[in-house]
Design a protein around this ligand. Structure first.
Ligand SMILES: NC(=O)c1ccc[n+]([C@@H]2O[C@H](COP(=O)([O-])OP(=O)(O)OC[C@H]3O[C@@H](n4cnc5c(N)ncnc54)[C@H](OP(=O)(O)O)[C@@H]3O)[C@@H](O)[C@H]2O)c1
Length: 226
């Protein structure tokens, strides 16, 4: 069976992706920063190996990549993310912004820098960054949420650059919008439940091929403009 590595796998969209892929026998490396609190993840049955990983921890990312060095990874999903301040213009929380850039923008790149060789050795060779429509410049209608939106906008640029840098190794790199999803981050008023998002994302991930390299896709497969 193919192998998938997912960050932020203990709750929300990451956990729902684990459940979906596990049901069909995929081999899963499920990364989360606090294994002791990952009860829901541990309750999922399947070929799942949990790993303790704070994605901002450079040494832990390096050592996990070294530990998995013999293992091809078909799909790498950079899902871990934070949205820890929603203040508007005039109330920007600059510390929270720094954390968001570290988790949402820099960590996906760091993960790819360490895991690209393992992805390149796999059959499918797919890297997906969980972005957000809120990171699309062309979709801006309302102001506000500068920290989160810039962190995802910059992640989109990271994705596009990776699509160029990794193309000659056969790797397809894409950005994904999961929908507005009922998770701790999305809140209970969000449009769709986590299962619907994960099932759509899974189809997009499984269908991803080099013709989509450098694209930005909604969970239903529709292309999103940057
Ligand atoms: N929900 C939405 O409507 C929505 C919309 C657009 C995009 N997204 C994106 O989709 C992704 C998943 O969102 P979600 O709704 O599932 O969020 P969530 O329910 O808040 O879960 C976030 C996950 O990221 C993990 N995480 C945060 N910082 C981390 C770090 N430094 N190292 C490792 N893991 C870390 C969390 O771990 P802990 O449990 O340890 O905190 C948790 O597992 C995010 O990238 C988010 O920006 C979500």
């Amino acid at each position: 069976m193919p192998t998938i590595l997912i960050t932020g796998a203990n709750r929300g969209i990451g956990l729902a992706l684990v459940k979906s892929f596990a049901k069909d026998g995929w081999k899963i490396h499920a990364c989360c920063r606090n294994l002791e609190r990952a009860k829901k993840l541990k309750a999922v049955s399947g070929d799942i190996t949990p790993h303790k990983l704070d994605v901002t921890d450079k040494l832990k990312v390096e050592s996990l990549a070294r530990g998995l060095a013999d293992e091809p990874i078909d799909i790498l999903v950079n899902n871990a993310g934070v949205y820890n301040t929603r203040e508007g213009f005039g109330s920007t929380d600059y510390e929270a912004w720094t954390e968001m850039l570290a988790v949402n923008t820099q960590s996906p790149l760091r993960m790819v820098e360490h895991f690209a060789d393992l992805v390149a050795r796999s059959e499918r060779k797919v890297i997906a960054n969980l972005s957000s429509r809120l990171g699309s410049i062309s979709a801006v209608e309302k102001g506000g949420s500068y920290p989160y939106r810039t962190s995802k906008c910059a992640l989109n640029m990271v994705t596009k650059l990776l699509s160029v840098d990794l193309a000659d190794r056969g790797i397809t790199t894409i950005a994904l919008h999961p929908g507005w999803v009922q998770t701790d981050m999305g809140g209970e008023d969000a449009d769709i439940d986590v299962e619907k998002s994960a099932s759509g994302l899974r189809s997009v991930l499984e269908r991803a091929d080099p013709s989509q390299n450098g694209g930005f896709f909604n969970y239903d497969g529709a292309a999103i403009s940057w």
